[in-house]
Design a binder for this molecule. Structure first.
Ligand code: FAD
Length: 507
């Protein structure tokens, strides 16, 4: 071979122009790397999912006639690091050109640039051909708020637009219609899951002493690990979930773990699926099923992928590496132990954390308004919050995890991503969920040992950050409510919050 092409675990894009032609002079390399498996403690399902998807991708490429070397942990363990591995492969195969796709993570981008400088052969970095926007999107598009960024992309990609270049339904945004709690009698769809045998992979991970968290069913791994499976999951989502997606996307429940969410994030982030293909598939499906699926449902879905997903990536590349250090609210507390085992009396937190450990998945509102909201109110250090989110979710890769966690949920960027902190009391969780009626804590109480911790912590959060936040026009109402309370009640609430904060692990 003359050319060596590195494929990272989140670059499983079969439609990449690299693969359009078979060439015996090109060797593809996929490698299970210790560094990637240990830069944070990952959920075991995340490790397994990446390795399996990589192996399957390598097999598919081989079947298509490409030359592929797949290295397991057993083989890569002999190399000091990625640089040593690539240098060895360049020597072994007398490589003249080393090529890689631009990684999505800052860390790897840096590392590959350094490797490139050390190599004696020529080096070329190419686009990953996945996103709709480039790394420079923050400057290129309206970036002040996601909404305008999203509108611009809708126009450019001609998604849900009419022939006069106006949004279908004469409205860009149907968020107001998308905030419903689940009706009691509604029967949720059973999530489509796969059932892979993963004993060998799990054993390999354990044999190499790689730390992990959460659990895995060794004979029934549920996530899609081939393009075919990813496509099946997409099809199933369109047929069974899209009609209710927008309506219930903010709902929380004990009755299921994914509601009407697509669970496509892992397939998207590994690039087994392309964002535009998912958007077009949804649009096509909606076109032919308009009697069941309203515009608000499809728009809600498109907004997440075309809007939020591209927007957070734009922010990431604009603000890294400083972004990873931001701690605008100076949060310093340790993450409570129950984030690692789900052992808490708070029913909403038990559900969100419990299913995260069981399935490596929680949906957006659980991540934002339950676990994220709690960490925000309790003032947990964003480094620890990030490490948890980056480890626990099957879809967690830094470019998307970091802006969502540090920015959107912890307000550590002081409003670059969100115009106000996503802070909410128990009242919000009660309105959106069925958790509170069976909870040990009383959601209607603001103070006292059995009062919902989200209540007192919410007011404590507002009170302690008043200098910074009360000028924010979007925070006017909560501060007005706080001021309306009599001083005695305020004191009781703050004392309760202090007590909670002193023993977070006991909640
Ligand atoms: P659906 O609800 O079905 O949405 C469809 C798709 O839209 C998702 O697959 C995803 O690709 C995209 N999407 C939706 N919301 C966002 C968003 N805010 N940012 C980027 N893309 C979005 N998403 C990740 O992919 N990886 C992460 O590590 C991650 N960490 C998060 C951490 C926090 C604190 C929060 C609040 C959100 C995080 N998100 C992350 C965004 C979002 O919660 C997940 O993308 C979503 O829950 C994945 O489940 P789904 O595929 O069923 O999504």
């Amino acid at each position: 071979a003359k050319t060596l092409r590195l494929i990272l675990g989140d670059q499983l894009n079969a439609a990449h122009s690299w693969f359009q032609q078979q060439d015996d002079d090109v060797l593809y390399l996929l490698a299970e790397l210790h560094q990637e498996a240990s830069y944070v403690v990952h959920h075991i399902q995340k490790l397994v999912g990446f390795f399996l998807a990589m192996e399957n991708f390598a097999r598919t490429l081989r079947q298509e006639g490409h030359r592929v070397e797949y290295m397991t942990l057993d083989e890569t363990t002999n190399y000091r690091d990625l640089a040593a591995l690539i240098q060895a492969k360049v020597r072994e195969h007398q490589i003249e050109v080393f090529e890689y796709q631009l990684p999505d993570e800052y860390r790897l981008d840096r590392q590959l640039q350094e490797i490139a400088q050390q190599l004696k052969c020529s080096v070329q970095a190419v686009d990953s051909e996945h996103f709709l926007t480039g790394r420079d999107a923050w400057q290129k598009y309206p970036h002040h708020r996601m909404e305008y960024f999203y509108r611009q992309l809708r126009k450019e990609a001609q998604v849900l637009m009419d022939e006069n270049q106006q949004p279908l339904g004469e409205q860009w945004n149907f968020d107001q219609e998308n905030r419903k709690a689940l009706p009691k009698k509604l029967v949720l769809p059973e999530p489509l899951v796969f059932a892979h045998e993963v004993m060998q992979t799990v054993e390999r991970i354990q044999r190499h002493g790689l730390k992990s968290l959460g659990q895995v069913e060794a004979s029934a791994f549920i996530w899609p690990v081939t393009r075919e499976e990813a496509c099946l999951l997409l099809k199933d989502f369109l047929a069974r979930c899209l009609a209710n997606f927008g309506r219930y996307q903010d709902a929380l429940t004990d009755r299921g773990w994914s509601l009407y969410h697509s669970r496509l994030s892992f397939a998207l982030n590994t690039k087994m699926l392309r964002p535009l293909e998912v958007i077009r598939a949804a649009e096509d499906y909606w076109q032919t099923h308009q009697e069941e699926i309203t515009l608000a449902q499809i728009e809600g879905f498109v907004r997440q992928i075309l809007g939020w997903r591209e927007f957070v990536r734009a922010l990431y590349w604009e603000k890294m590496p400083e972004y990873a250090q931001l701690n605008g609210l100076q949060a310093q507390r340790d993450l409570p132990d129950f984030y690692w085992d789900g052992q808490t009396h708070m029913a909403c937190m038990r559900q969100a954390i419990g299913q995260s450990l069981e399935f490596a998945y929680a949906h957006h509102i659980q991540r934002l308004m339950v676990t994220g909201n709690f960490a925000l109110l309790a003032g947990i250090h964003p480094d620890q919050v990030d490490a948890w989110y980056l480890g626990v979710y099957i879809d967690a890769i830094e470019w998307v995890e970091l802006p969502n966690t540090r920015g959107m949920s912890q307000f550590a960027d002081e409003g670059l991503l969100a115009s106000k902190p996503y802070a909410a009391s128990g009242n919000y969780i009660n309105k959106m969920s069925d958790h509170c009626s069976g909870c040990f804590y009383r959601v209607k109480e603001k103070s006292g040992p059995r009062s919902c911790p989200f209540n007192s912590l919410y007011w404590h959060f507002l009170h302690r950050h008043r200098d910074r936040l009360q000028k924010n026009p979007r925070m006017k109402f909560p501060y007005a409510s706080w001021r309306k309370m009599d001083v005695e009640q305020q004191q009781l609430i703050l004392t309760t919050a202090e007590q909670h904060l002193q023993q977070l692990n006991q909640l």
